[in-house]
Design a protein around this ligand. Structure first.
Ligand SMILES: Cc1cc2nc3c(=O)[nH]c(=O)nc-3n(C[C@H](O)[C@H](O)[C@H](O)COP(=O)(O)OP(=O)(O)OC[C@H]3O[C@@H](n4cnc5c(N)ncnc54)[C@H](O)[C@@H]3O)c2cc1C
Ligand code: SF4
Length: 478
């Protein structure tokens, strides 16, 4: 096992992301040793990269063959293949037990299809794994309760108390935090609110707490946002799932049991299971089906640099400022904050897909390329031209106003596209439609939005273009 510093410095990494991975690794190594295994472990500061660590091990241990679990990332797979080839030994890949759909199964699903939509894949997975099924039919008579998953909070805010996560720092995590401060000073983000589970037992305890206290309300408010509330009723299990501290099968079974025992409604349980059995598996399928080309996709020809306030939160846009402040505190945003605040703003502004992808990789405790890349390049930026999403997730500030309480205390007005108090999201939305109208006109699902653009006069369009240019120049200067 190698604590490779270049994994944290290739792109700037949030300090919690680094501490999380290294602490989970050290706990795992300690557990293996207790179980009688010999672990060859390189601590931070001794080896610069995973490749160097493997080369070193190959040179010293002189194995006859190399065995590996299917790599998460394309880069890692290529690197291991190259190491084995240089050493002149065979490399055997083993199935990854942390996913339910193998690469081959996804390729079978994709073969012959014109489009790859998550919904059809998800239904196949439900049937294949017998999840939320009554005989051959979906439980409750419907495959999908998405329309019950979109409520915003009442004016008074989240209706049920949100249990506060505990700060976690045992001896190993404290040692890792010190080592990171010594070897990798100046990483972005705060470390004083470290809440992430670093052992399977801690992850299981968090899952139990979610199923009991938050799952019943999760579904209804899955898309809602609230100022100063980064975590809400979300499960926060993505880091544990991505590092293997939790098995997705057990998570799905725990949620289904809560439904069967009438402890959580179908809309919550189906909504939650859809994220894991549907979205997560589908995203992994898309990644391996489309790499390495996916990394370079830029359908909308976006070239803007990432504004500096994505790191600091120093912007007058209340929504972006609050989301980035929460991100610095927890290395986490929930899905709609990622998709409809930071992701939406970057797409409307026209940030280069590689630049916004690098930011998502850096700042999130759960980032690993196979899951971050399709979510960023495909779902949030539409840079894959519709492989994943049937249309760009483009919206004005009014979407954020509907789903949150941000706009009430913002100096901008989400209804306005021009003028001193115009909301930058709204300005950039119309500018986005205007800039890409030729392409968007060919997409039936964008017809209504483009039609609304056609209703604007030439004077209005010119004013929007001017406002967008002024905003773009200001944003890039900060
Ligand atoms: C721009 C963007 C970047 C993202 N980057 C990442 C990332 O780096 N790592 C990551 O794990 N997820 C990523 N996601 C997906 C999703 O936002 C996170 O999985 C989720 O917010 C994690 O919080 P949670 O565990 O509280 O999720 P919950 O809302 O409680 O959902 C439960 C679980 O479902 C899975 N899930 C939900 N949505 C997705 C999805 N779209 N893709 C894959 N799995 C999903 C996750 O494992 C998650 O833990 C990204 C989404 C967007 C729009
Ligand atoms: S008015 Fe615009 S910038 Fe301000 S919080 Fe609302 S959406 Fe965000």
């Amino acid at each position: 096992m190698v604590e490779a510093s270049d994994e944290a410095t290739r792109e700037h990494s949030h300090v919690q992301r680094v501490v999380y991975f290294l602490s989970a690794m050290r706990h795992y190594a300690s557990d293996l040793r207790h179980r009688g295994y010999t672990v060859d472990y390189a601590e931070l500061g001794t080896v610069s990269s995973l490749e160097a660590g493997i080369e070193h091990a190959l040179a010293h241990l002189l194995p006859d063959e190399l065995h590996a679990t299917e790599a998460g990332d394309y880069r890692c797979e290529q690197m291991l293949e190259a190491c084995a080839s240089r050493a002149g030994i065979p490399l055997t890949w083993h199935a990854n037990r942390l996913v339910l759909c193998s690469r081959g199964e996804f390729a079978d699903h994709a073969r012959g299809r014109k489009t790859l939509r998550m919904e059809y894949f998800y239904r196949e997975m439900r049937k294949k794994h017998g999840v939320l099924m009554d005989g051959g039919k979906p439980v409750g008579g419907s495959w999908n309760y998405d329309s019950d998953n979109r409520s915003s909070f009442p004016k008074s805010g989240p209706p049920e108390p949100i249990p506060r996560p505990e700060h976690r720092s045992d001896r190993i995590t404290s040692e890792v935090t010190k080592a990171v401060a010594e070897h990798l000073p100046d990483l972005p983000g705060r470390i004083d609110r470290f809440i992430w589970p670093v052992t399977p037992e801690e992850a299981q305890s968090d899952l139990n707490e979610f199923i009991e206290k938050r799952l019943p309300v999760f579904g209804r408010y899955q898309d809602a946002i609230w100022q100063n509330e980064q975590l809400l009723y979300h499960s926060r299990i993505s880091p544990a799932l991505n590092t293997g501290l939790l098995d997705p099968r057990e998570v799905i079974a725990a949620a289904e049991t809560a439904f069967r025992e009438e402890k959580a409604p179908i809309a919550s349980v189906e909504g939650f299971i859809r994220q894991i059995l549907g979205w997560r598996e589908y995203i992994r399928g898309i990644y391996w089906y489309s790499m390495p080309d996916y990394l370079e996709m830029n359908e909308l020809g976006a070239t803007e640099p990432l504004p500096g306030f994505f790191w600091t939160g120093d912007t007058e846009m209340n929504c972006v400022s609050d989301v980035v402040a929460g991100l610095n505190e927890y290395a986490y945003e929930h899905h709609i904050q990622r998709l409809m605040v930071t992701g939406l703003y970057a797409m409307l502004l026209g940030v280069a897909p590689r630049a916004i992808h690098a930011w998502y990789m850096a700042m999130f405790v759960d980032s690993v390329e196979w899951v971050t890349l399709p979510n960023v390049i495909g779902m949030s930026q539409y840079a894959d031209g519709g492989i994943m999403a049937s249309k760009p997730y483009a919206a004005t500030g009014k979407y954020i106003q509907r789903m949150s309480n941000y706009c009430a205390s913002c100096r901008f007005d989400p209804a306005k596209a021009t003028g001193e108090d115009a909301c930058p999201f709204t300005t950039l939305y119309w500018d986005f439609l205007d800039r890409h109208q030729e392409k968007l006109r060919t997409n039936m699902r964008m017809a209504l939005q483009v039609k609304n653009l056609d209703r604007k006069s030439a004077i209005e369009i010119n004013a929007i273009r001017e406002a967008a240019t002024i905003h773009r120049n200001k944003g890039n200067a900060s």
